[in-house]
Design a protein around this ligand. Structure first.
Ligand SMILES: NC(=O)c1ccc[n+]([C@@H]2O[C@H](COP(=O)([O-])OP(=O)(O)OC[C@H]3O[C@@H](n4cnc5c(N)ncnc54)[C@H](OP(=O)(O)O)[C@@H]3O)[C@@H](O)[C@H]2O)c1
Length: 254
């Protein structure tokens, strides 16, 4: 019988690539997101045995429907990938949208992780999408950065708790990745956009790095790319105020 992988935020970006790479490895996939048209296209591309589930993870009933789905199916790999950000001044932000960032990026991951781990057995794995921002506070997206620190810390603890029964938990910390994420969060264009394209990684590379680490089952934290790894080592050596200040300026904040 084929193993089953469940991926949230599978309609595009990293989630879509996770679905493609897991399908290539022989998993049947269950793909979750809001955009049904994109999910239909993905499942058609992946072929027989792949499914989708439409759910809004900023909504309690959407999260509950995914928890039920995880309980009803014997999921072997869960990728908690759905997440979003909003760039700008917090005081000017729509507070309901800020709350949605917290719900999608933290509450949904916590609830889905719980449902998954209750039924997980030796050999199963869970990947939770954090970000390199775990090491670099970027003041242009305060709520988002805080949620990614939550995910890294939460996942490291789960990695420790689960390792004795050989259930592997990974916090994946990508740097800038070429998806729709930046366009969705901000109106960055021009030189900064070009610079981001140069220093960014492809989603295929990020997902391949995560999957390689799943096969090895050793690292609680996976940082794709040498430059991102170096940032994660070097930046904590600087006074934190300096990096916050520097990235505040990069974000064009006063
Ligand atoms: N791209 C980067 O530079 C980068 C760097 C570090 C970490 N990450 C993290 O990687 C993950 C994936 O990012 P990405 O770059 O692939 O972003 P993306 O291209 O914007 O895709 C985000 C995915 O999340 C889904 N999603 C968003 N809100 C949702 C909601 N309320 N309910 C259900 N699904 C929702 C979207 O689907 P629908 O719109 O169809 O619902 C979409 O499939 C995120 O957690 C992000 O924080 C990204």
């Amino acid at each position: 019988m084929s193993k089953i992988a469940c991926i949230t935020g599978a309609s595009e970006g990293l989630g879509r690539v996770f679905a493609q790479q897991l399908a290539t490895q022989g998993f049947q996939t269950i793909n979750i997101a809001r955009n049904e048209q994109r999910l239909k296209e993905l499942v058609a591309e992946l072929g027989e045995g792949h499914r989708y589930h439409v759910a809004d993870l900023s909504d309690r009933s959407g999260i509950a429907s995914c928890v039920e789905l995880i309980k009803e199916n014997r999921i072997n790999v869960l990728v908690n990938n759905a997440g979003f950000s909003q760039f700008g001044l917090f005081r000017d932000a729509d507070i309901d949208q800020q709350s949605d960032i917290l719900t999608v990026n933290c509450a949904a991951i916590m609830q889905l992780s719980h449902a998954f781990l209750r039924h997980a057995t030796a050999g199963d794995a869970m990947i939770n999408l954090s970000s390199i921002t775990n090491y670099l506070t970027t003041p242009i997206q305060p709520t988002y950065c805080a949620t990614k620190c939550f995910i890294a810390s939460f996942s490291e603890s789960l990695w420790y708790q689960e390792r004795s029964r050989d259930v592997y938990v990974q916090a994946l910390l990508p740097g800038i990745t070429r998806t729709q994420f930046i366009e969705r969060s901000s109106d960055i264009d021009g030189f900064k956009k070009k610079l981001m394209d140069v220093i960014s990684q492809s989603p295929e590379t990020v997902v391949a790095t995560a999957m390689k680490a799943v096969n090895k089952r050793r690292q609680p934290v996976v940082i794709p790319g040498m430059s991102n790894k170096l940032l994660a080592i070097l930046l904590p050596l600087l006074p934190r105020k300096w990096t916050v200040w520097m990235l505040g300026k990069v974000g064009d904040l006063a």
